[in-house]
Design a binder for this molecule. Structure first.
Ligand SMILES: NC(=O)c1ccc[n+]([C@@H]2O[C@H](COP(=O)([O-])OP(=O)(O)OC[C@H]3O[C@@H](n4cnc5c(N)ncnc54)[C@H](OP(=O)(O)O)[C@@H]3O)[C@@H](O)[C@H]2O)c1
Length: 239
């Protein structure tokens, strides 16, 4: 099976680290981001491909599919990682805060997966890895929009697992807790200490912690794991 992975939101944070780990495992890595970036330089792999793509744009997803198809580079592994937050208490949440988050995190997931799933069905092999959040599992004040989008990823992944398991396509969720990335820089050091008190491991996670789980789910070791949600959160949320 071709070792080609598509990682959305690969310009920084968890997506960038996942891209680096996939490259080390011998994958051809295709990474996306809205802005310009050079994935090859960032991960030290000249063969990596950087693509400018906005999950809000159906057109750009269609174009990416067409380009990759024409170059025989359709991915066997898809990591739906790109995501945004627009936090606000529900009573003050504006329509556009809701729309943008659902549009990016949930509708983006639908669009990208829909675009790339058919070749996986045809090849009878595929690995879909969706990056949700602890907020989608336990809820979080100020994040009704974000946690709704991240909860929905779980239902999406489980249903897809049921539909496509017989085609040897697995569909799993990784649910990170508090991870040191741009997304958590809004917290100052004192707030981080406060948050860490509720985490059994008493610290934020690293992007490496999450990337290792993502790469595991794509590996042969995870061939019989599907429909699951794996938390990488230092024990913050336990079922
Ligand atoms: N960090 C955490 O503590 C944490 C915890 C739980 C879950 N997560 C989830 O893990 C994933 C990665 O988080 P992160 O912390 O690594 O985030 P990050 O550092 O903010 O990076 C987000 C990535 O997504 C891309 N992106 C954002 N909007 C996009 C859009 N509309 N179209 C295409 N790409 C877009 C960004 O690139 P551009 O801005 O250039 O487009 C960037 O590459 C997200 O889904 C997030 O919800 C993170």
């Amino acid at each position: 099976m071709s070792k080609i992975v598509l990682v959305t939101g690969a310009s920084r944070g968890i997506g960038l680290e996942a891209a680096k780990h996939f490259s080390k495992e011998g994958y051809k890595v295709i990474g996306t981001s809205r802005g310009e970036f050079n994935l090859g330089e960032l991960i030290g792999d000249d063969s990596a491909i950087s693509v400018q793509l906005d999950l809000m744009s159906r057109e750009s997803i269609k174009n990416l599919f067409a380009d990759l198809k024409s170059e025989d580079l359709l991915p066997s592994v898809l990591v739906n990682n790109a995501g945004i937050t627009k936090d606000q208490l529900f009573l003050r949440m504006k329509d556009e805060d809701w729309d943008d988050v659902i549009e990016t995190n949930l509708n983006g997931l639908f669009r990208v997966t829909k675009a790339f799933i058919k070749p996986m069905v045809k090849n009878k092999f595929g690995r879909i890895i969706n990056i949700s959040s602890v907020a989608g599992l336990m809820g979080n004040s100020g994040q009704v929009n974000y946690s709704s989008s991240k909860s929905a990823m779980v239902g999406f992944s489980r249903s897809l697992a049921k539909e496509l398991g017989s085609r040897n396509i697995t569909s799993n969720v990784v649910a990170p807790g508090f991870i040191e990335t741009d997304m958590t820089t809004f917290l100052n050091d004192d707030e981080k200490v406060e948050v860490s008190k509720n985490i059994p491991m008493k610290r934020f996670g690293s992007v490496q912690d999450v990337a290792k789980c993502i790469v595991f789910l794509a590996s042969d070791e995870a061939n019989y794991i599907t429909g699951q949600t794996i938390s990488v959160d230092g024990g913050l949320f336990m079922y």
